[in-house]
Ligand binder design. Structure first.
Ligand code: FES
Ligand code: FES
Length: 179
């Protein structure tokens, strides 16, 4: 039995909620450009790159670090940006596939090799593969097929073009060793 005129839906007294600050200013370098950006403390690096900088080569696949579609280079190392907080990017040097073009705007060797070897089908996994492949190529070293498979194992290609992708990476490694 409820005595008030509202029954069980009696309005509560007004509450004042106190929230912690949700944004933080970070400074980093993205594709060679210095940036200062206010970021949502809860945002992933994927969201920051896509939403704030329109770098849409960074794909949202699984968003739990399983598919590699969101990979970017952070201080020279490929990371899944979906499980990397945007605020951690403070002070870092970040590269996405957009930034890997040659200075004159033409495709870099690894990007061209993906085209030449038909290592792109729907293309969803491609930017992530290219980012990790560029890290591998930068080592200026030959790897066996088994080693390359292991190094690229964090990337899923739903179109299953793995053979062509491996050929593209091997071709670029050879080209870079000759330089
Ligand atoms: S979207 Fe980041 S690993 Fe799949
Ligand atoms: S080319 Fe389609 S997912 Fe890899």
């Amino acid at each position: 039995m409820h005595n008030s005129e509202h029954g069980p839906y009696e309005p509560k007294e007004e509450q004042v909620l106190h929230y912690e600050p949700q944004f933080k200013l970070i400074r980093c370098r993205i594709n060679g450009e210095r940036i200062t950006q206010m970021v949502d403390m809860r945002a992933s690096l994927t969201d920051m790159l896509r939403n704030d900088f329109r770098l849409t080569s960074v794909k949202k696949g699984c968003e739990v670090g399983e598919c590699g579609a969101c990979a970017v280079l952070i201080d020279g190392e490929a990371f899944n940006s979906c499980i990397y907080m945007a605020i951690w990017a403070d002070g870092k040097d970040i590269w996405t596939t957009e930034g890997l073009l040659n200075k004159d705007g033409t495709l870099s060797d690894i990007q061209q090799a993906f085209v030449d070897e038909a290592a792109v089908q729907c293309g969803f996994c491609t930017p992530g593969f290219i980012v990790t492949s560029s890290e591998i190529v930068a080592k200026k070293k030959r790897f066996t097929r088994a080693e390359l498979r292991k190094m690229l194992a964090g990337h899923l290609c739903r179109c299953t073009g793995y053979e062509n992708i491996l050929r593209a990476v091997e071709k670029t490694i050879e080209k870079n060793l000759e330089k």
